[in-house]
Design a protein around this ligand. Structure first.
Ligand code: NI
Length: 149
């Protein structure tokens, strides 16, 4: 049976501050720059959820997109939209980087996909920052070296 990947896009707005208790104030500033601003800053996050599976011959689809939408809305969008990521328990002990956000979204979705399997999670944080996690090691792509914030 042919396997096909389906990618659906979701959005939420959230604020965060890149900061870790494991570094001093000066070191945090050196590592994170303006993204360490104590007042935080916001992003319009775009999340790309890719599910791979066999086509259901009855529907012609890999997954019911309305079902996927309900799942992602409940588990991801409602959780993060208009929130401070630094206050989310999923980031306890972790900085709120795009890498960690992609991994957290993966963890929140992977066991709940009703058909097929979660192939990857992509997070667009800024015009130039895209993060992707596929259940192994995350990678960060900075297209033109522009700053994170
Ligand atoms: Ni940021």
């Amino acid at each position: 049976m042919d396997r096909v990947s389906v990618t659906r896009r979701y959005r939420f707005c959230a604020q965060h501050r890149l900061h870790t208790e494991q570094l001093s104030e000066e070191e945090n500033w050196a590592v994170f720059g303006k993204c360490n601003n104590p007042n935080g800053h916001g992003h319009n996050y775009v999340v790309l959820v890719t599910v791979t599976g066999e086509i259901d011959p009855r529907s012609g689809s890999v997954i019911d997109l309305r079902e996927l939408d309900r799942l992602v809305d409940d588990a991801i969008v409602k959780r993060f939209d208009h929130r401070d990521l630094n206050q989310d328990p999923g980031f306890a002990g972790r900085t709120t980087t795009g890498e960690n956000l992609a991994m957290l979204i993966w963890d929140l979705l992977v066991a709940r996909i009703p058909r097929g399997r979660l192939e990857k999670v992509g997070v667009i944080e800024t015009r130039d920052n895209y993060f992707e996690y596929a259940g192994s090691s995350p990678c960060r792509v900075t297209i033109d070296g522009a700053s994170h914030g």
